[in-house]
Design a protein around this ligand. Structure first.
Ligand code: ADP
Ligand code: ZN
Length: 359
């Protein structure tokens, strides 16, 4: 399966497959072969997939080299990027060389940033191996690193030449990471595409069992949603805001108890709050609310959180990057499959939604 991402500055395909076999051809199609290629991967992904990918690509390129960094968000900083540059220089990569990000969101963000900045920009390709990266972070052109504890503080919008998704890599992904990706997939359904949401609900068993056909539909459905939003708003000035559904609540929860929850789990909790917010306004029904909690719970995602103070979460919401002029904006639904931003709704409604998720 395949779809096209169109932005003002570029156009590129997302190729969805259940193996790596189509990868060489994908490079041929965009005429990226015959040069030096550097695969960047992390210490968890490299032992499983690096050899296979390398073997497939060797022979089509002048030289294929690889750089493996230590897995984890802790590596997402300028020191490790500087290690990348040293490696590129040693291997004499030039403006024609191409980088491949083989791994999850961390690998994609870092490789994209290195590609955007090395020699003022060299081609790069995304090969995401987590569900989160496949349905979310590999599409949209956001690249970057954390800086002094601030997530994604330094970065650039930089689009890949193509995205190649092999859904069978999800077989080795830790179940908790799979669930986290499902939170964003469900989010896409709620904010953009009702039919896609229902597909997930109806085929939940096949998806959880990692059935290849079901997985490709999920990845395709999400990429299509993201493609739609990103093509209309590449640099996050308007429409793209709706992708923050569940994130204003979720980021605050993540900051306060991030040590025990991962991003997708916080998004599930945040979405529950955002859906409750919509229900308070009469936009969705109690039945919708129940169905949402059911589908999130089915994918082993939390829909509430214990032992934190609603006041603290509320205060934290003011520190969100996207909070403007000290006003909290909540992305909410006007109906299932359609979202908008509610500007500065006031403390009472927000606290009620927080009361619903803090148990
Ligand atoms: P994200 O969740 O944003 O994609 P990471 O890049 O940190 O974040 O990936 C999450 C974790 O899963 C990391 O520890 C990474 O090494 C690991 N990982 C990524 N892809 C796979 C895979 N296909 N199989 C096993 N582990 C993987
Ligand atoms: Zn997210």
């Amino acid at each position: 399966m395949e779809l096209k991402i169109k932005t003002k500055t570029s156009e590129y395909p997302i190729i969805i497959n259940d193996s790596f076999k189509g990868l060489p051809e994908a490079f041929e199609r965009v005429s990226l072969t015959g040069r030096k290629l550097c695969i960047i991967s992390d210490s968890n992904v490299a032992p499983i997939y690096l050899d296979e990918v390398k073997k497939l690509l060797e022979g089509r390129f002048l030289k294929v080299v690889s750089y493996v960094f230590e897995a984890g968000e802790n590596s997402k900083n300028l020191d490790v990027i500087s290690d990348f540059y040293d490696f590129f220089a040693r291997e004499q990569l030039d403006r024609r060389s191409v980088l491949v990000a083989l791994g999850g969101g961390v690998t994609g963000d870092m490789t994209g940033f290195a590609a955007a900045t090395y020699m003022r920009g060299i081609p790069f390709v995304q090969v995401p191996t987590t569900l989160l990266a496949q349905v979310d972070s590999s599409v949209g052109g956001k690249t970057g690193v954390d800086y002094k504890g601030n997530k994604n503080m330094v970065g650039a919008f930089y689009q890949p030449w193509f995205v190649y998704i092999n859904t069978s890599t999800l077989n080795t992904l830790p179940p908790r990471e799979f669930s986290a990706g499902m939170a964003e997939a469900v989010k896409h359904g709620y904010i953009i595409d009702k039919d896609y949401l229902y597909y997930i609900m109806v085929n939940r068993q096949a998806i959880k069992a990692l059935d290849p056909k079901a997985l490709s539909k999920v990845v395709y459905g999400s990429c299509k949603c993201k493609a739609y939003v990103v093509s209309k708003d590449e640099k996050e000035t308007g429409l793209r805001e709706i992708l923050n559904f569940g994130h204003t609540f979720g980021h605050a929860v993540e900051t306060i108890c991030g040590f025990r929850l991962i991003h997708g789990e916080c998004v599930a909790i945040g979405m529950t709050a955002a859906l409750y917010f919509s229900m308070q306004r009469g936009r969705i029904t109690q039945r919708d609310m129940k169905a949402a909690q059911e589908i999130l719970t089915y994918f082993d995602l939390p829909v509430d959180v214990k032992d934190i103070s609603t006041e603290k979460v509320y205060e934290q919401m003011f520190y969100d990057k996207k909070t403007k002029d000290n006003k909290i904006n909540i992305v909410t639904l006007d109906k299932i499959g359609s979202a908008y931003t509610e500007k500065d709704p006031g403390e009472e409604e927000i606290m009620a939604a927080l009361g619903y998720i803090v148990k």
